[in-house]
Design a protein around this ligand. Structure first.
Ligand SMILES: *Cc1c(COP(=O)(O)O)cnc(C)c1O
Length: 428
């Protein structure tokens, strides 16, 4: 039955049979025993399917990955211990030392650092590009050793919308996959595979969990990118893996090759597994994701309009506003709403911005976004505080930018809190 996202949020993944637990069981076990040595040996050779050690796979985690996979419309998925691990594994699964890839310069700061600093030390080079450039300009950055393009559906903290069709066309013309971090939109509001993306990642820490209780990540493969067609470009998927008696992932696993390799090599060796307990929490979050996203978007739009009309507010950036520069892309790719995060600036600069934030009653200052509680951050004073005004500009972060993650409290109360804080600031 082809169900809608709201039904998938509740019924995909764990599907109990007669008399089994109705809620997803937490299989809190490191190990899974077998009767014969031969049974176990087959698992180690990837000849049989089955669980043997939770660092590689765990049934609770797999059920939750299956739910996210169904929501995204993919063929295979895996959970990771964090969004950082998901983005690292997704790229490292196809990039070796000496390879190059392209990423939007507007991506999340943690990912920017991972790609630009840490992976560079591993010999993998990332070029950060302005995602608004036309395709002919972007093409100039592609080299013979470029292996993938990476972007975010909605960027953090500048809240711009990614142009999937432009980048999918570019990536596929040059025989490489498009990897998308879909954290802010969630599969309820956007399914990047429908617009040509090949691999999707998530920080499940954000809306998918939704209550600020567990750090986690996920990778989903659409199965659409034909890695076998580019054998020279992706040797890791197309040449024998000596650590598994010479199996070739694309030959043995077909559309499941990407995730099987990431699980059986990267998770085996690097071990960023999510705990089954945390997977249980994100499954609970998923059960209400569709309801919460509706409320987050409705509240954020109401607040964006309120701020826009306020005479102490200099500017507001939220893609669902009709006159926002990303509204056309939002209408195309996020017709049901974007997310609950918006950015705005106050007249009166840094000092008044800080006074405003310090005067809020229940909206808290937190290095977090995308959960039930309204919170906000001033990147120039917090996450990006080491940067000069010039560097802030290059990162696309205005010195007066306040990132507001609108929660699902009563919207009238959120506005009242913002209003009393705005009343206290002075603008000459
Ligand atoms: C938070 C975040 C990450 C990193 O996720 P963690 O779960 O904190 O490791 C990656 N991408 C985006 C868009 C994020 O917001």
């Amino acid at each position: 039955m082809n169900t809608k996202p709201g039904t998938k949020c509740i019924h995909e993944g764990w599907k109990p049979q007669n008399g089994q637990p109705r809620q997803l069981p937490i299989i809190q076990s490191t190990t899974f025993p077998y009767a014969t040595s031969d049974d176990m040996g087959k698992l180690f050779d990837l000849e049989a399917e089955g669980y043997f050690y939770t660092r590689l796979q765990n049934p609770t985690n797999d059920m939750v990955a299956a739910k996210i996979c169904a929501l995204e419309g993919g063929v295979a998925a895996m959970l990771t211990s964090s969004g950082q691990a998901a983005n690292f594994y997704a790229v490292f699964n196809i990039c070796n030392a000496g390879d190059h890839f392209i990423a939007s310069s507007s991506i999340y700061g943690g990912t920017y650092n991972l790609f630009g600093v840490t992976m560079k030390k591993m010999g993998i080079e990332c070029t950060f590009i302005d995602q608004t450039l036309p395709i002919e300009e972007l093409e100039k950055y592609i080299k013979p050793n470029t292996k993938c393009i990476f972007g975010e559906t909605i960027t953090n903290p500048t809240i711009s919308v990614f142009d999937f069709e432009k980048f999918a066309t570019l990536a596929h013309k040059h025989g490489m996959p498009l990897i998308i971090d879909n954290t802010f939109a969630t599969p309820v509001n956007c399914r990047p595979f429908e617009f040509g993306a090949d691999i999707v990642t998530h920080s499940t820490t954000k809306y998918i969990d939704g209550h600020g209780v567990s750090v986690g990540g996920c990778i989903v493969d659409s199965g659409n990118f034909d890695f076998a067609a580019y054998g020279d470009k992706f040797p890791g998927l197309n040449t024998p893996d000596d650590s598994y008696h010479g199996i070739i992932y694309t030959e043995r696993f077909g559309k499941g090759a990407f995730i099987t390799k990431a699980t059986s090599q990267l998770m085996r060796d690097l071990g960023s597994i999510q705990s089954p307990q945390n997977a249980f929490y994100i499954n609970l979050g998923l059960e209400t994701l569709h309801v919460r996203m509706r409320e987050h978007c409705a509240n954020a739009l109401t607040i964006a309009k309120y701020l826009k009309a306020h005479d102490k507010v200099a500017w507001v950036h939220y893609p669902d506003l009709e006159d926002d520069e990303y509204n056309a892309l939002a209408k195309k790719y996020l017709p049901n709403g974007s997310c609950g995060v918006l950015a705005f600036g106050l007249k009166g600069g840094r000092e008044q911005s800080i006074k405003f934030m310090d005067s809020l009653k229940f909206a808290s200052i937190a290095t977090h976004v995308a959960d039930s509680k309204t919170c906000l951050l001033h990147p120039a004073s917090h996450t990006h505080r080491q940067l000069s005004e010039q560097q802030l500009k290059e990162a696309g972060v205005a010195p007066d930018l306040i990132r507001l993650s609108v929660g699902i409290e009563d919207v009238g109360d959120i506005i009242a809190d913002i209003e009393q804080a705005l009343d206290g600031i002075v603008i000459e």
